[in-house]
Design a protein around this ligand. Structure first.
Ligand code: NAD
Length: 522
């Protein structure tokens, strides 16, 4: 077992990062941030008040016009520099992400990767999506119609603790490039990672007021942030998301809700089992299963169920738990006592109701206070909480199916619809099945990375997994208000003066019939 290399840090360690917060708020009540690897204190941040949030959104509103007045290329230059700084600074960033969230270094590296991919994509392609463009006019040649996209104004971002680096800033990048200013409320458990990410953005040239961070509890500062934003980007649980969307609706602001999943994996008889087992292990146990697109429900076709189960369990038993700040451990800690409690309660409930534990099923306080073994369950039935509720931990259940129709029905038997994974050597079958699965992303012969990292394409949830999309065109357009400007030339779209209405409508009707027959004008 790798040795713990985390240590209690002097209180001054994060003085520079706390300097990123709004001035004169240092004397607020202190919130302790914990290191999940050991349960020790990492540092403290101020619990900002509603008035602090309003002050931040006011400053962001004042700064927005001059930020939007810069050209897209000027804004993109900041993001391109940020891309390089994150890659250059990755060792220190990875240490911080690991210490604050308890995750393995490999899971932490996914965050660096995501920031680089997102920054590059939107810095080089964002303007293609939001630049003004000609649209077909009401009457060919007579109506000149142009579509513009204007920034919404101040975007509020509320983010969770599970991917504290990327989920704090990756959604801010398209918002900033579209000319908005941002006020970010990171998860109460992981503010230092967000502050470090923001300090790098400032180093890259982002003016201070253009992206500000407020720290504190969602129950206190969530509402004022929603009330004072022009758009809300929320990532978190479905339960909190519903309350947040209700408030956004009350204030008639648009919002994007990236919420929880209960994600299925389907393995067909013809799957390449070496690849499938490797991908299934990664898809289920990356970040100890604390990943919104992590796979928790496995459905395996009857012909290979036994062999898959045996090989999968063997691979899971080979996973190494550990707390070192290097790539040695495969699986890190759960993020908190609350997470450990939820995972334990799901497994205990399943056990008591007759599920079999094929491997795992125990907490591992010998490794760290919140560690839990990667766990595989069989004989899981509908009344068990693990069957339908998101565990958000290292627990999967294996079920069997006979044919594609049954596999699809089982995959869709959930209120959630975030991500799915399909394994087969038959590409045609894979795509046909994928299209029938009610999830915003479906990966064929991969767990989650293929869709997530395809940042040119939209990503988000169906059903109770969310509203709106990140990535691609949708991921930047949502931060804009569209505006249509149409100039009518020469003649009005009405009877010209002196022309009787019956003559005008007869002529117009003939023109409409002709336009339908002309492919270029349909
Ligand atoms: P959470 O809903 O408890 O918290 C998310 C954020 O909301 C935090 O910043 C929290 O402080 C804030 N918050 C809490 N109460 C609030 C309130 N009343 N008003 C406004 N804000 C409030 O979620 P979590 O436990 O931090 O994250 C885990 C959940 O997030 C899981 O369900 C996971 O699936 C989901 N998630 C989804 C995605 C996605 O892209 N779909 C990504 C990561 C995590």
């Amino acid at each position: 077992m790798a040795e713990t290399t985390t240590r209690r840090q002097p209180a001054t360690e994060f003085a520079g990062l706390l300097g990123q917060l709004p001035a004169d708020t240092a004397d607020r009540e202190a919130i302790t941030v914990e290191m999940p690897y050991t349960g020790d204190e990492l540092g403290t941040v101020p619990a900002h008040t509603a008035a602090d949030v309003r002050a931040a959104t006011d400053r962001a509103a004042d700064a927005q016009e001059s930020w939007a007045d810069r050209s897209f290329d000027e804004r993109a230059a900041v993001i391109k520099r940020y891309h390089d700084l994150v890659l250059d600074d990755q060792a220190e960033l990875l240490d911080l992400v690991q210490r604050e969230s308890g995750k393995s270094r490999r899971a932490a590296y996914e965050e660096v990767l995501d920031i680089a991919i997102t920054s590059r994509y939107y810095a080089y392609h964002g303007d293609e999506h939001i630049e003004s463009r000609r649209r077909a006019g009401a009457i060919p040649f007579l109506t000149k119609t142009v579509e513009h996209h204007h920034p919404k104004g101040v975007v509020g971002i509320i983010s969770p603790w599970n991917y504290p680096l990327t989920l704090s800033v990756s959604d801010a990048i398209p918002a900033l490039l579209a000319g908005n200013t941002v006020v970010l409320k990171p998860a109460t458990e992981t503010p230092f990672t967000a502050l470090r990410a923001v300090s790098l953005l400032r180093e890259a040239g982002l003016p201070e007021e253009v992206l500000q961070v407020v720290t504190g509890r969602g129950s206190t500062i969530g509402t004022p942030l929603i009330e004072n934003s022009d758009y809300l980007m929320f990532t978190g649980s479905t339960e909190t998301g519903k309350a947040v969307a209700e408030q956004a609706g009350h204030h008639l602001i648009d919002c994007s809700m990236e919420l929880g999943g209960k994600n299925p994996l389907l393995v067909f008889d013809d799957a390449d089992l070496d690849r499938t087992v490797e991908g299934a292990v990664r898809g289920a146990f990356t970040n100890a299963g604390q990943l919104c697109i992590s796979l928790e429900r496995f459905y395996v076709q009857s012909g290979i169920r036994e062999e898959f189960e045996r090989r999968f369990v063997d691979a899971v038993e080979d996973l190494k738990l550990g707390t070192s700040l290097d790539y040695e451990p495969d699986v890190g800690s759960l993020a908190s006592a609350e997470q450990l409690e939820k995972v334990q309660s799901h497994v205990e409930d399943a056990r008591e109701r007759g599920a079999r534990v094929l491997t795992g099923g125990q907490a591992r306080p010998d490794v760290g206070p919140y560690f839990y073994e990667p766990t595989v369950l069989a004989d899981v039935t509908d009344e068990m909480s693990v069957a339908s509720e998101e565990t958000f931990g290292p627990v999967v259940s294996i079920h069997e199916f006979e044919g594609p129709r049954e596999g699809i029905a089982l995959a869709n038997d959930s209120e959630r619809g975030l991500n799915a994974s399909v394994w087969t050597e038959n590409s045609e079958l894979g795509h046909a099945v994928a299209e029938r699965i009610e999830c915003g992303t479906v990966n064929i012969n991969e767990g989650y990375v293929a869709t997530w990292a395809s940042v040119d394409a939209p990503m988000g949830g169906m059903k109770e997994s969310g509203l709106g999309r990140r990535h691609g065109r949708e991921g930047i357009m949502k931060y804009t208000d569209s505006q249509t400007v149409a100039e009518q030339r020469l003649a009005p779209i009405a009877a010209p003066s002196g022309v009787p209405d019956d003559l005008y409508t007869t002529g117009m009707t003939a023109a409409l019939r002709a336009l339908k027959r002309m492919p270029g004008f349909r």
